[in-house]
Design a protein around this ligand. Structure first.
Ligand code: MG
Ligand code: MG
Length: 293
């Protein structure tokens, strides 16, 4: 069975579960929830139970843009992000806002390279690229990833982390087991040692791509189910909706749809659920034609 839908559900469920405890510390979470594992909404954004945030919204906007252009085309992508911002989202990252404002002012779809733009905002929305380029040579995957990423985040560490997550999702969609996905994390650490995640526990991860992926890798590779991995990562707090979203897409692709607890899936807005399903299917179709940027 095609696991792209499971990856989308994982992303949305991870976003919604994590958002409740975003910006809390693990101690604050323990005090308030014991172990946070139910879709109760709330959090600093005062969400409804199961409500998703910018992580899922931007992914869906990107996916729609890819589908309407038939490829990752940066003007369509930037326009989709700009339309999304016009809808006054509950949450939007600073780097994302800056990129969209630049596009509106200048029409430019590539931010200048910046050492400060190593946030996780490009990575959290990379799933549609992973699906659309599933059958493309790595060179094309990488080009497509950077075209979407650089509309807001132009930073080599962000690029490397985002591309690592795309590799994991694609390998999982091809049926590779968890242990093989970790090889991509090892490769990332080899090229960018700053990502080393095997030495010190990463609690309270910030929105810095390195902190975020350290928490994701630790949770993902120390557990053996979708549920255990997601509970593990969101209870670390910090940027929990985004660690949840990123872990959720990889774990969804790896463990499949049946592994996602129905009590979480059923809490998602039915409209979001069907958008995820339709977009995953349509991107899969696009991938069959071979994506060239
Ligand atoms: Mg968010
Ligand atoms: Mg976040």
């Amino acid at each position: 069975m095609f696991r792209g839908i499971a990856a989308y559900f994982g992303l949305a469920v991870g976003d919604a579960l994590g958002a409740t405890v975003e910006f809390m510390t693990p101690a604050e979470i323990r005090h308030e929830y014991g172990t946070h594992q139910h879709m109760v909404g709330g959090g600093w954004l005062k969400l409804k139970p199961g409500e998703i945030t910018d992580d899922t919204e931007m992914s869906l906007a990107l996916g729609d843009a890819i589908l309407s252009a038939g490829k990752v085309e940066p003007v369509s992508v930037a326009e989709a992000f700009s339309d999304w911002m016009r809808g006054k989202p509950k949450d939007i990252g600073n780097t994302v806002r800056r990129g969209i404002v630049q596009f509106r002012r200048t029409g430019q779809t590539e931010m200048p390279v910046s050492e400060h733009d190593a946030g996780n905002g490009a990575c959290m929305r990379c799933l549609p690229v992973a699906l659309a380029t599933l059958n493309s040579p790595w060179e094309n995957v990488q080009t497509a990833s950077r075209l979407q990423a650089h509309t807001t985040h132009n930073n080599p560490v962000s690029d490397a982390g985002t591309e690592c997550i795309i590799q994991m999702v694609q390998a999982a969609l091809r049926g590779k087991p968890l242990a093989e996905l970790e090889l991509f994390a090892y490769q990332l650490v080899q090229v960018y040692p700053v990502f080393e995640y095997r030495q010190r526990r990463r609690d309270n991860p910030s929105g810095y791509i390195v902190d975020t992926l350290q928490a994701v890798f630790q949770a993902l590779f120390s557990t053996a189910s979708f549920e255990a991995a997601l509970v593990e990562v969101v209870n670390r707090g910090g940027d929990a909706d985004t660690t949840g979203a990123i872990l959720g897409m990889v774990a969804g692709a790896c463990y499949g749809q049946d592994s996602i607890p129905p009590r979480w899936l059923q809490r998602l807005d039915p409209t979001i659920r069907s958008r995820c399903t339709e977009q995953a299917r349509a991107l899969y179709q696009l991938a069959q034609q071979g994506h060239s940027p």
